[in-house]
Design a protein around this ligand. Structure first.
Ligand code: GLN
Length: 280
């Protein structure tokens, strides 16, 4: 079969499954992965024949995609802030939305030399490792409760050569020590209902990384309450969450003693990051 024929077959299978809004993109990414080439090359070689075993491998991946496995789990990689991160089942795939918390963190860290930074609920490590790489003078600690994030952190740290980042296996702040100039977190913030709905739809990302309890804010609230003990005076807390949660989070932060409260928008103009500063 040729590349063109395989693309068509993959596209038909994914369209039938109804799992993806980006059928063409998904299909081409999976075929690029199997053939180990870039997308420009793929489209320049549409009439090239594909070896039998590779064609079979591609159709196998398409089948898994049709069962709702994210493309990133199938290719093992996801781009975030211009770098490739390893991912696998057991960590959330980095989302473009999450680049906002990185951008805002970098803005807040301007003017703080050699900052200490904490990324709580680090998952793949995409936030903390990106900050470590963008600010080579920083020291970054990534913390997560689970085993796969620990493994992914080390794999990504090594591949990206982020020597200034470390990992601690911790339930929120339980095993975190020290004070930080900035704490950034993308904790689980879906409601229990939203999480259950996704699981029923066959979502393959871990419920542990998504489920924030009844109103989605159980972990957020704990983080807000505990953070001040871990911030250096003048330090910042930034939390990714859903737009309809922003007001409640800012209220929690105000009550906990944070000032300079605000939110940062995603590209679609939705408020996705709540932040505040602890003056001390
Ligand atoms: N933004 C993610 C989603 O909607 C949720 C991430 C999270 O709970 N931290 O899939």
């Amino acid at each position: 079969m040729t590349i063109r024929e395989l693309l068509r077959q993959g596209r038909d299978r994914l369209t039938l499954s109804g799992v993806s809004d980006t059928v063409d993109l998904d299909t081409s990414l999976l075929l690029c992965h199997v053939l180990n080439i870039g997308r420009e090359q793929l489209f320049a070689r549409l009439t090239d024949p594909v070896e039998e075993d590779r064609a079979r491998a591609f159709l196998g991946l398409t089948e898994k995609r049709a069962q709702n496995f994210p493309v990133a789990y199938l290719t093992g990689l996801k781009e975030f802030f211009g770098r490739d991160f390893f991912v696998e089942e057991g960590v959330l795939c980095p989302r473009p939305d999450t680049e906002i918390i990185v951008e805002k963190s970098l803005e807040f860290l301007e003017g703080t030399p050699s900052p200490a930074v904490l990324d709580l609920c680090s998952g793949s490590g995409c936030i903390g490792l990106t900050l470590a790489l963008e600010r080579p003078d920083s020291s970054v600690l990534c913390g997560d409760i689970d085993e796969t994030p620990e493994k992914m952190f080390h794999k990504n740290r090594e591949a990206l050569k982020a020597d200034n980042a470390r990992f601690v296996r911790t339930d929120l702040f339980d095993r975190v020590e020290g004070r930080f100039n900035l704490i950034a977190t993308n904790p689980p913030y879906l409601t229990a209902r939203e999480t259950a709905d996704r699981m029923e739809e066959g979502w393959k990302e871990p419920a542990l990384a998504l489920d924030g309890g009844e109103d989605g804010l159980i972990l957020v609230e704990k983080i807000v309450q505990k953070t001040i003990a871990y911030l250096a005076p003048g330090g910042y807390l930034l939390i990714e969450a859903a737009p309809d949660q922003m007001e409640r989070i800012l209220n929690m932060m105000g009550t906990a003693g944070f000032s300079s409260l605000g939110t940062a928008d995603d590209l679609a103009g939705r408020e996705r990051v709540a932040y505040g500063r602890w003056i001390g």
